[in-house]
Design a protein. Structure first.
Length: 454
């Protein structure tokens, strides 16, 4: 078109000088150029006009459920990541990242409705393509990640001018490390624990005074923080007598297991720790009877614990199998105090209640508080096959210690049991207090609350 314009200007000049022949030649040339230009439209497809950009996009309909689990605020926090974690539950915007083999990561953002735990948003202009990799998370007003999806990513086909639906559950992008140490000597004064980022910019820490069952937590640790866990046992003189360290990336959604090693006078003591989604790492150590790497067979599951009714305390066992299970000898062990029951039979999907004393809902009793010393201060409750057989199930119960995730509002005399949530029936899941709930149903004929045997 620019050539034509130039030629037109030349033609005008010819008219000004009054040359009729040159005018006719100029007009002929003009029409020739114009015809060539029009004919070129039907040529090579590469030169064809580009289709409207909307044809390259589809849309995502995102169903999001935001789970704002209450997190403890007790641990001392220092550093950049700690400041971000303090506001971790304030989600302002939803971020959806789409990528693929032919697409660099593309982030799309929509506003979240803070008043609703569940929302539906349609995100337009999502690049089309097969097996698009989609990641979802939430950020606060400063762009700091506050919630993560329960999975790393998902795949979906994005089609032209169509809406693709996905579902995501977002959990807080922070969590806690729970530590339980049993049997510390009276010469011990405190236990200190810290989780420090590798760059040293963030430190999360907490200390507690030694108790018969020592519990402490390190809270609000950001998801995917790469750091070092250090647990120190300090005597009453202020000297550190045992140290354990472990390096790992804290994961608010995944499962992991590792061991800590306490170093003492040149020797080593084992400490087991388990990472459990979402966002809880639990570490435990029994000084009197160290038993790291205990494998629970899961033949039975401890599903209810009454620790606040004195002589009426009990534990409930559940048989998850599709057939009855029989034990020549079944042994309970509470903080090293054991009691043996013989000829125990539990029906398929049935319950078996062991109490301190006989009661209508109790299947077997020790008839002695000393042989079932369940305490509101917490303890290690184990069930074994035989007198010295494999551990069937073990629960490190926190009792009234809600700082490590066990139900709040319990007391030493509340006469209210804690019940394992039905969807968490498992030998691993029942070690975590957040999977238990304070009983709300009354036990017939008593002033207690629980559901023993049902």
């Amino acid at each position: 078109m620019s050539r034509v314009n130039e030629f037109d200007r030349g033609t005008v000049g010819c008219i000004n000088v009054g040359a009729g022949y040159r005018l006719m030649l100029g007009l002929a040339t003009f029409f020739t150029v114009a015809m060539l230009t029009l004919c070129s439209c039907g040529g090579d497809p590469v030169d064809a006009p580009v289709k409207p950009t909307e044809d390259k996009y589809g849309a995502l309909e995102v169903y999001v459920r935001v789970v704002n689990q209450p997190l403890n605020k007790t641990a001392a926090r220092d550093g950049v990541a700690a400041v971000a974690a303090a506001a971790q539950t304030v989600a302002e915007n939803l971020v959806v990242e789409v990528s693929g083999s032919d697409l660099s990561p593309t982030q799309l953002m929509v506003r979240l409705n803070a008043a609703r735990s569940t929302s539906v948003d349609t995100i337009k202009k999502v690049p089309i393509g097969e097996a698009r990799r989609i990641s979802v998370w939430a950020v606060n007003k400063d762009g700091v990640k506050t919630h993560v999806d329960t999975v790393d990513y998902r795949y979906a086909d994005i089609e032209k001018a169509k809406v693709t639906r996905i579902y995501a559950t977002l959990i807080p992008a922070a969590g806690s490390i729970y530590i339980h140490i049993n049997g510390l000597e009276t010469s011990i004064g405190t236990v200190h624990a810290s989780f420090t980022s590798r760059d040293g910019e963030s430190v999360f820490q907490n200390s507690v005074v030694r108790a018969a069952h020592t519990f402490l937590s390190i809270d609000n640790i950001p998801h995917e923080l790469d750091g070092i866990l250090r647990v120190s046992i300090v005597d009453t003189k202020g000297d550190t007598v045992k140290i354990a360290t472990s390096e790992f990336v804290f994961n608010a959604r995944g499962d992991n297991a590792f061991e800590l090693q306490f170093i003492e006078n040149g020797g080593m003591l084992g400490m087991e720790a388990v990472l459990y989604a979402p966002g809880v790492t639990m570490a435990s150590y029994d000084v009197g009877k160290p038993a790291p790497n205990v494998v629970e067979t899961g033949e039975l599951i401890i599903t209810e614990i009454m620790f606040s009714a004195s002589n009426d305390n009990y534990i409930e066992l559940y048989n998850p199998k599709n057939e009855a299970i029989v034990f020549d000898t079944l042994t309970t062990d509470v903080d090293g105090t054991s009691y043996n029951f013989t000829g125990v039979s539990i029906a398929s999907k049935g319950y078996f209640v062991i109490g301190r004393q006989a009661a209508p809902y109790v299947n077997a009793s020790t008839n002695s508080t000393g042989n079932l010393p369940i305490s509101s201060t917490g303890g290690w409750i184990s069930v074994r096959r035989g007198k010295a057989g494999a551990v069937i199930d073990r629960v490190i119960c926190g009792g009234t210690n809600s700082a490590v995730g066990w139900p709040a509002g319990m007391s030493s005399s509340s006469k209210r049991s804690v019940e394992l949530n039905k969807d968490k029936y498992g030998a691993a899941e029942n070690n975590f207090g957040k999977n238990w709930t304070a009983a709300s149903a009354a036990i017939d004929g008593t002033a207690m609350y629980g559901t023993p045997g049902r």
